[in-house]
Ligand binder design. Sequence first.
Ligand code: NAD
Length: 447
Amino acid sequence: MNKSNRDQNILILGTGYVGLITAVGLSKLGHNVSCYDVDDEKIEILKRGVAPLFEPDLPRLLNEGLAARRLKFSSSITDSYADQRYVFVAVPTPMFAGGGVDLSALHAAVATIAKLVRKQTLVIIKSTVPVGVFSELRNSLSPTQRRQITFVSCPEFLSEGNAIHDFFNPRRTVVGSDEILVSEEVAGLFHELPGKFILADPNTAQMIKYSANSFLATRVAFINEIAQLCEVLHIDVIDVASALLMDPRLGDGYLTPGVGFAGPCLPKDVSALIDTAKRSSLRTPLLTSLCEQNFGHLNHVIETISAGLGARNQVAVFGLSFKPRTDDVRNSFSLKIINALAEGGIQVRATDPCAIPAARTQISSNLVSFCDDPMDAAMDTDRQIFLTPWDEYRGLDLRVLAGIVRTRSIFDAAGLFDPQMITQQGFQYVGVGRQFGAQGRPTFVCG
Ligand code: NAD
């Protein structure tokens, strides 16, 4: 078990979903955390104690850290840097259009800190980075910087919407360094946290992260494929999935049928792993087929949703973020579905508990409008399409909904509703892989 490493001075580069959660979490553990970001606007908002992203419990912890003076934000690296031994890097590592990882922000962040260090420093990479990247980073340093900087991998496993809970209740904390004492020292910063500590070499740590996300993507793709089979075989996929989840050999979660794996991490991390394999001249037929399956499934969902709809129709879309309890719309399949509907000339009234501002910046079609109130979104619509499983939608009054729509026609990709209850209110119900009541796959009957 690693020793506690308390009350340390820590610098974090990047205050996005990962950097900010790490910052408030470490400050709550008693460390003094200074945060630097190239985004001045974000830093100004953070200084005022306002969270620039939606994450349950984040505002409380942010303000506690500021009030206790254990959290500081600046868009000046010279103001932020005070010889901290621990420098966390949590900058984006997005996917290039043709696959592969864009490491430009990582290189820029490392160059920023390398210019300043005057003593032995641990640069701890929270960003998801491909196996082997540390030698590339070391090669970018001058000989003096190379003697002063040790890179450590500390991959992040948080799940957006649950990120604060995940920080304080990790299933495991992975620390990757070639020097065991360094790994123990970094693990000691998180000493109070429960769960197992895995001390590995950097490449193993990075492979654990990519394998975890690829495995989660595999589970999602798998259950969506089973859902499509269930549709043609007249079986309810929820009966199948619930039984699978009772078997401890099959593990927890990520077996809920839906629109596909999306968001800022799973698709890019699967693609990065395929790219890593290609560089070693290795074929990865399973990983490669995941991406194909995922897009095929999304197209299947779009076809099902749009069945019988045309330019004369108006629909409501419930849920814009790629998952509930976050405002993150990066690579959200809801936006892809909305764009596909609008391209077909269908008017879309979209709603979400918190992701409307982010979605507005991504959608330009004048056939799409946004409504804060879900009932406003549903008004006079021909189909009600539930894409993100926000709890807020489970409690919608179906009687009221039935009274305000033009056609009672629900598509439930989010597994929010009991089909029997929906049909009792006079709605047609179609879900992903759902089967209920009379024989035959439920499909929309139009006209
Ligand atoms: P993000 O886009 O929300 O935040 C990144 C932040 O870094 C932004 O505020 C940006 O302004 C800042 N930045 C960019 N270049 C910088 C630089 N040179 N110096 C300082 N700041 C800089 O990204 P994120 O979602 O927090 O993801 C960060 C990394 O963590 C990625 O590698 C991602 O794959 C990984 N990750 C993300 C999640 C997640 O759920 N979001 C989970 C696990 C791992």
